[in-house]
Structure formats: structure tokens, C-alpha cells
Design a protein around this ligand. Sequence first.
Ligand SMILES: [Zn+2]
Ligand SMILES: [Zn+2]
Length: 207
Amino acid sequence: MNVERVIVGPLATNSYIVCEREECVVIDPGAEGDRIMRQLGRKSLVAVVATHLHFDHVGAVARLVEATGAEFYAHSDDWRIYKSLNQIAEDWGFAVPELPTPRGLGSRVWRLEVLHTPGHTPGSISLVGDGFVFTGDALFYRSVGRTDLPYGDWEALVQSVCRLYGLPPSFQVYPGHGPETTIGAEARGNPFINADICLGGRHSRLY
Ligand SMILES: [Zn+2]
Ligand SMILES: [Zn+2]
């Protein structure tokens, strides 16, 4: 499986094009749909998946779906609250994108395994491939997703990140923003949630 990153939009969102031979999925097309389409070239797009429904991860969903007929997938826990989840974006002056109705998620989408990793939003997911994981805004290089936005839940985020640390340490982490990292590097060195906290059982608020 081949993974390409395209950094898009005003919040520098990582969009990923994941391909197996001529078949691809796009994860988190936050903006700049034409650029993503060019990058896809002649390959066929079979699915568009959002790790969560914040506006900066879905701005080009409609463009890609209209152009290719690909299915759009997102977690129903975010879809139910889509407008209110993004109210704050409107307050900041960003337009909230119109979306096609997403298909709900099962345990897999295309060749990727779906893990429900809530906390940053209720419907946040991670997508696990062979040796790598897309973590959306749950886990970043030396950081984790913010939980101070509407519907954020710190306790849920800690549990989700601890669940991600259950993946093999060698797994590459492709986050929703910023550089790549690995599960092992974050489990050891993440300053917000590290593996010791996970082993502690009860997760108290860190700050
Ligand atoms: Zn987000
Ligand atoms: Zn984001």
C-alpha cells in the first residue's frame, strides 16, 4: 500500500492518498480538491473517508465525490452533530462545507481497519493499515488532539490514545496535522499522554 500526503487549507491539514495498485482512497480531503484530483491522476478513487467531521478535514469531500462517484464514509456520532460541531468554525469566519450524507462505518473501510478513537470529537476514528495508522486529530507528533472545543472529552481521548498505543511500536503514525511519528516514539515520549499513564489504569486529568 502506498501513502502520499498532501497538505491543504488554512489549518495545514494532512490529506492522505492511499493506493493499492490502481485503486485509492482519500483520507481527510480538507481543501484544495483540484490539487488532490491531480495527484490521483488516472487512478480510481473508491472511497473518501473523514477521520472526523471538523471543517478543516472535509472541505473537499463534495468536490471529490462529485468528480469520481466515490463513496463518502464518516462516523455517525459526528454526522448527527455536524452543524453544531462546526459552529465555532463559523464564529472564526470559516465556511462550514456542505457534505453528502456519509455512509456509516463498519469494522473496515476498503483495506483499512476502523478504530473508534473518540475524545477530540465523539465520532473520531483512526484507520489502521499494514504497518501504519491514520490518527486524525487524536494523536500527533509529540502532541494530542485538543478537547476544549465543543463535544471534546479528555477522558475519552486518553482511552483512545492508550488504545492506539496497543498497536505495534514500529507502526508509522500519519496524523491529521504535522509530521509523521511512530506508535513507539509517542508511547515513550508524548508529553501529554504516554504509555505509563495508560498502564496506570485510572486516568486523571493531567492539566
Ligand atoms: Zn479536528
Ligand atoms: Zn484538524
